[in-house]
Design a protein. Sequence first.
Length: 558
Amino acid sequence: MFKLKSFWQNGRSLLVRRQSSILSAALVIALTYGVSMVLGIIRERLIVARFYSCCKQQVDVYYAAFRLPDMIFQLVVIGALSAAFIPVFSERQSKDRQDANHLASSLINLLLGFFLILSVIIFIAAKPFSSLITGNFSPEQIELMAKMTRVMLLAQIFFLISNFFSAISQSNQRFLLPSISPIVYNLGIILSVYFFSSTLGIWSATIGVLVGAFFHLLIQVPLVAGLGYRYSFVFDLNHGGVKKVVKLMLPRTLSLAAGQIEATVSLFLATSLSAGSLTIYYLAQKLSDLPVRLLGTSIGQAALPLLSLQIAENKTEEFKKTLAQSLNQILFFALPMTAIFLVLRVQIVRFAYGAKSFPWVATIITGRTLAAIAFSIFSQSASQLLVRGYYALHDTKTPFFISFLSVGVNILLSLLLVFGFNLEIFGLALAFSASSFIHFVFLLFIFNARKMNFLNKADLVVWAKMTFSAIVAAFSSWGSMKFLDAFVFETTRALPLLVLTIISGSLGLLSYFLIVAFFELEELKIIFGIRRKLSQWRKSLVPVKEIIEPHTDSIPKV
């Protein structure tokens, strides 16, 4: 039995341990993302249970209030972090840790200053901006949205600093603690809604966003300090690394701007429909995001530092091998998840959001919307990696032009399907999936044809076998679901519904793995690798030699 002191020391070592491979890093990110996403579902279920039946208009406002703060955050911060900061910071840190810290502080200060200027503008003009980007919101809804937007702007400041800390940790291949921070964020909202919804109403969720964002930042401070980073108040715009990051981030920011236009148009269209439509669209997207973040985001984030390092060291063949293997791994899991979500859409929605205050009609509409979005699970997941492949090559322009194209397709299809064919939210979801697939195809084709030929015919054959296996999984899951629903379980209750969903989904996945085993696909070895790592979880609590401590000779003074 572990002594308390030993358990604490070993637990601390686990939190700051370096993940040395893409699989181990992706597994850490996926597991923590999984917990965070489950908490996210619980968060949305709680909000739906407390507010949907009585105040669906206010719930729509709550989700709409994220749009403006999230827009400027994506444009100012994510453009730098996703495309430029990690590759440049990793390159600088390998040569001079102090110079890398100087770079990080300069960028934090530069982007924070720019963000504050935009935030002041949004804060002052929140009401007219809210009116501009929504469809049929009433004056009362616009007023409430403006107030909530102002509170959420403050939360984004915490996120700005926190995401830089996450990027510093990931550059050093530490993924566990940064991946825990979203869990803390979700807990902040859940606890706020649970304890204060009766007194604060929908404002309890908004206050929870602010509290969660603060702890999202706070939890990362010890690790970043342990890695040797020391903040300094500098604005070194002439620093070579700063110039390089700014140069690389501009096309990525434009690419994100295209995505933000897409999201804003979707918000306008959803709020132009009946009350609750925006909430239903958001809830469906939240469910489809679960496999995308578990697969695409986790493997993409884990691969970027290694891909950047391989390019920096001119290891082109290793880069191509890493990218191809990572892409195959993503599709290996994403294709069956697409099939399972498509078949079990209503069951998943009922279990996730099936509170008494969430009516059956809303469940059916959300299920249909989820089915349409589910077609994009594999393409979204794969695009997460391919975009990072471009970034590792310091190419942010190509993803921008491809994003601009896919956004244009999305907007045109959305207008056609929502208003031309009167498909409402279902049409909005179909347009999203179609544009996501086009985005993936162009990213893949241009990278392989113009950048680096990392795929061959054998990979295409593997993808075809995976797709066939996923189709078999869909029929297997559908057949078992129909049989169990008709003859075994009374699915009007939560527990039988959960058991049916688990059994049908498991049978679908089992049939998928049996078919790919018959095809003898190499990717099946991933399952055994994950099982082996999970079976060795106790070793994570055994002291390790590598404990992160600051290198005092390379820490700049504050």
